[in-house]
Design a protein around this ligand. Sequence first.
Ligand code: SAM
Length: 268
Amino acid sequence: MDAPGNTAQQNQETDEVTTWTGQEVASGYSAIDGSTDRLLGYPFVFRSLGLADGHHHGGTLLDFGSGPGRVADEAARRFGLTVLAADISQAMLETSQQRGNRMLRHHLIVDDTVEELPDGCADLAMCNFVLVCVRQRERLLRMFAEVHRLLRPGGRFTVLNPDHSRVGVRFDCFRLGAPGTVYEAGDPLHVRLKRTDGTWLEIVDTYWPGEVYGELLAEAGFRDIARTAPLLDDALGARLITEETFRDTGKWTAERTMAPFVLFTGTR
Ligand SMILES: C[S@@+](CC[C@H](N)C(=O)[O-])C[C@H]1O[C@@H](n2cnc3c(N)ncnc32)[C@H](O)[C@@H]1O
């Protein structure tokens, strides 16, 4: 099974979806550049959840599939939230714990359930770049059902994923699949991710057409489901880009006309 840290050549030889449970993966993921994610992904998750800078929101945010905890940590610091950082990987949770942020509470997900957490314990929930790690549709539904159980009535849930209709497009920090290849739901999808040192890491995700996320949210019981797919101009318009970041995006091309990510938000 491929994992961040392996060479591109090793990864090209297999179609097995990358597993994320080892220590090597947890460390490898921290070396990912994520420029596009930081500009057109996470800020729009926060916005979809109604979180705004300068407001101490308080309350509790569930981060389902929190990985190394970078985004959980940012949400806790920026918005004064307690974050329930939940993941299937003990190694990821340990990496996250090393941040030393006492606003983060770490939980291991076992069989798609966080057994020790009671119904309705979270005010908000997010699930960022996790669904592409999962091969079976029924498992995605179980995960959404668990988020539904953990959210209080009226709580919002945002799901962020790469838009898999962008196969072959070269975004600043990633490329999905092989240009010209046609994929079907559940197929393995080779993905290249840029590392901070400029080299590329190959992993294998699962291909999911965007509408699957909306369907699954509805099946799990969420209502008022909305879809957004931000472009670079949207980030500018929403003043999510600082002067410094704006200079960095000068060479971006694809992100101006093709949204790299798709976000779905539903209400419990
Ligand atoms: C690509 S990382 C994203 C981490 C984090 N959400 C972020 O945006 O930085 C995917 C994470 O999802 C976790 N994961 C994979 N399958 C999962 C599942 N079935 N349920 C919950 N988490 C899962 C992995 O362990 C990994 O930490």
